[in-house]
Design a protein around this ligand. Structure first.
Ligand SMILES: [Zn+2]
Length: 103
């Protein structure tokens, strides 16, 4: 008879991967769940256009208080536009900022 495998402990795993304490991992997880609940309960996200965008920055929705990364809000806007709406409803001037990007 073999011993049962150890139950996976995600808190311990992420603590070992990041160097954070298990308590800090738990706090981050709890904060992420609170943020997700805010975002999922929002009828329509809206953000104040930032002065400039930087990699890794997060924006806060003025309706729900949830925070989103730039990729997340960009995908949200794309979906909103695909439904026939204007990006300006979410991020005033959003499409104007995209005209400056040279590919
Ligand atoms: Zn929102």
């Amino acid at each position: 008879m073999t011993a049962p495998p150890d139950r996976f402990n995600g808190r311990r795993f992420f603590a070992s991967m990041t160097g954070l304490s298990e308590n800090a991992v738990q706090q981050a997880w709890d904060a992420a769940k609170v943020n997700l609940a805010k975002l999922q309960g929002c009828a329509r996200h809206q953000v104040e256009p930032p002065e400039e965008t930087k990699a890794g920055m997060k924006l806060t929705c003025t309706n729900c208080g949830g925070t989103m990364g730039l990729n997340q809000i960009s995908e949200y806007i794309r979906g909103y536009e695909a439904a026939g709406k204007s990006a300006d409803d979410i991020w005033p001037g959003y499409r104007d900022t995209k005209r400056d990007v040279a590919l």
